[in-house]
Design a protein. Structure first.
Length: 101
């Protein structure tokens, strides 16, 4: 049985993550990251991202103004493979309907 996440459920996950996030970052195009610990804040800043206070309204505006590749990921520091620290809260094309461009 396949479970489908509704848009409301996905935004609920974003709201929960924002309460614990240390900062949020936007590449100005489509990548939105929530840094969930201080190490991720430092890494994001070292990659050239500005840090912003976690705020749902700002994040939602970023998302709404992004291209169709938009995504929201929570990023945690983990031992081993750093890719294991990514939690895709809203993956790319999550809310696209067939025929959307």
């Amino acid at each position: 049985m396949t479970t489908t996440t509704t848009e409301a459920q996905a935004w609920g996950r974003v709201r929960v993550a924002l309460r614990r996030a240390k900062a949020m970052h936007f590449d100005g195009c489509h990548k939105i990251y929530l840094s969930m610990d201080d190490e991720q804040v430092k890494k994001s800043e070292s990659y050239g991202y500005d840090s912003h206070e976690p705020d749902f309204d700002t994040l939602r505006r970023w998302y709404d103004e992004s291209c169709s590749l938009r995504m929201v990921d929570a990023v945690y520091t983990v031992e081993g493979d750093p890719n294991d620290g990514y939690d895709s809260l809203i993956p790319q094309f999550a809310f696209e309907k067939e025929g959307d461009e």
